[in-house]
Design a binder for this molecule. Structure first.
Ligand SMILES: Cc1cc2nc3c(=O)[nH]c(=O)nc-3n(C[C@H](O)[C@H](O)[C@H](O)COP(=O)(O)O)c2cc1C
Length: 445
């Protein structure tokens, strides 16, 4: 049972994250005449986080990849770097967690340990790190390589990376800083130790140059969907993001992950948060009208281009009103978004979708689950997923910004609160407290 509710109330409640989409996730959202948001304007991005904080969300999340747009391509691109952005947001908010993505494939543990330790100090205990291993070969070409390392190799490195980072966070005792003015001792003589890590991928002496984070260890998020990804999540993740688009698959995934976590002796099982794009209205008709308006200004070619990238070949010459052709699997198929492609393929098969219909899904959500309905419909859906073990909460991906976030906070959150499924108020101030997670003791040397 999670225990973030007011003292004495032990009822299990769901968790909510906001997956930042400053332009809205739907490809047509930014083209609405009334849209004025600018992803490079920190006041605008902070405003989105503050709306989520008004809705008592657990955290605000920034995704990341290390790939720029292709010259000639005209689709939307360009965002602020996650950690600097989250630091700015942290000082303009008081409770909401600040979660950022950093890849273990193109960084070193020392850099990541100090950045997230800093973010945890700046936010006074609200930082989370989304550990990813990178998906696109184009990222490798920005870091001196032609291709990503093999999938298994990336996850092997990720595992050692995370344990090294945790070790670095623990190189300082919690009470290492004593500021003894009379003795002239700023740090206790026994407050710091070296890490002296020597492993397969990293050699790190330590100590870190940032004191132990307020949360001990910032919260760890993981989203790997493959076998290796799930095994890593079972070992290290406090939160797992998933992209399952139907309740049966989501339940099977969540149960499988919990089982893996039990097998490695986890006391507190990872919280599984399902990605979802809600289009919310006071009524179903109102929600449907929002979607229809977006679809009117969408270009189907953008959806085909997105699917082509996942499929690994050009789909633009295939008939739009027939089922999509099978994707090609190469020997290293995990390295270019294998699991998301599988989701698309399964959905097309399950729902009998044509290529055009699948392209519409890509345009709206890039493969995540889209639900369109009244606030009661959305609350019913969340309640069913939550109570039947399909998810411990949701990572909200707003189709339209800022309106989808506002509608969710003003309509759905009160409905979830009325049902006792979501907190009325934050009970603590750190992200660990919101999530019902213990503060980890310093690992013994
Ligand atoms: C909600 C969600 C958010 C994600 N955010 C990122 C991200 O910011 N950067 C990234 O490289 N991958 C991101 N991923 C992708 C995963 O890290 C992972 O690469 C993908 O699920 C494939 O898993 P696999 O490599 O284990 O096959 C995200 C996945 C989900 C479901």
């Amino acid at each position: 049972m999670t225990s973030e509710t007011a003292a004495g109330n032990q009822r299990r409640q769901l968790h909510l994250g906001l997956f930042n989409q400053p332009l809205g996730r739907h490809v047509a959202a930014w083209r609405r005449p009334e849209f004025t948001g600018n992803p490079l304007d920190i006041n605008y991005v902070t405003q989105l986080a503050r709306i989520a904080e008004r809705g008592k969300f657990d955290f605000f999340f920034l995704a990341d990849s290390l790939v720029g747009p292709t010259p000639g391509a005209t689709q939307r691109a360009g965002n602020l770097e996650p950690l600097t952005t989250l630091a700015a947001i942290a000082v303009q908010t008081t409770h909401i967690g600040v979660a950022g993505t950093a890849t273990t494939t193109f960084s070193e543990p020392y850099n990541i340990a100090r950045s997230f330790a800093s973010l945890d100090h700046i936010s006074r205990g609200r930082a989370a790190w989304n550990v990813v291993t990178s998906t696109w070969n184009a990222a490798a070409r920005n870091f001196g390589a032609e291709r990503l390392p093999d999938h298994a190799e990336r996850y092997d490195r990720a595992r050692e990376f995370v344990s090294t980072v945790k070790g670095l966070w623990d190189t300082w005792a919690d009470d290492a800083i004593i500021r003894d003015k009379s003795a002239g001792d700023y740090i206790a003589a026994d407050g710091i130790r070296e890490l002296n890590h020597r492993g397969k991928h990293f050699a790190v002496e330590g100590a870190l140059n940032v004191p132990r984070p307020p949360q001990g260890h910032p919260v760890i998020i993981q989203a790997g969907a493959s076998d290796d990804g799930q095994n890593l999540a079972a070992d290290i993740a406090d939160i797992v993001f998933t992209a399952q688009d139907n309740i049966d698959d989501a339940r099977a995934f969540s149960e499988g992950l919990r089982e893996r976590a039990r097998l490695v002796g986890r006391e507190k099982l990872p919280l599984v948060l399902a990605g979802v794009l809600p289009i919310v209205g006071e009524t179903r008709e109102e929600a449907q009208a929002i979607l229809e308006r977006l679809e009117e200004s969408s270009d189907i070619a953008q959806g085909i281009a997105q699917l082509s990238q996942r499929w690994g070949f050009d789909l633009s010459t295939y008939p739009l009103d027939e089922p999509p052709p099978p994707a090609v699997y190469d020997g290293n198929s995990h390295s270019d978004g294998h699991s998301r492609r599988k989701l698309f393929e399964q959905r097309a098969r399950r729902e009998g979708l044509t290529l055009r219909q699948l392209a519409r899904v890509a345009i709206a959500s890039r493969g995540h689950r889209l639900i369109v309905g009244s606030y009661v419909d959305i609350a019913d859906d969340f309640e069913e997923w939550f109570l039947t073990g399909a998810a411990d909460g949701f990572n909200l991906i707003p189709p339209v910004a800022p309106e989808s976030v506002e509608a969710f906070v003003d309509l759905v959150v009160p409905e979830l609160q009325r049902r006792g499924l979501f907190r009325q108020e934050y009970a603590g101030t750190t992200l660990r407290e919101h999530l019902g997670l213990k503060r980890p003791e310093r690992i013994r040397a």
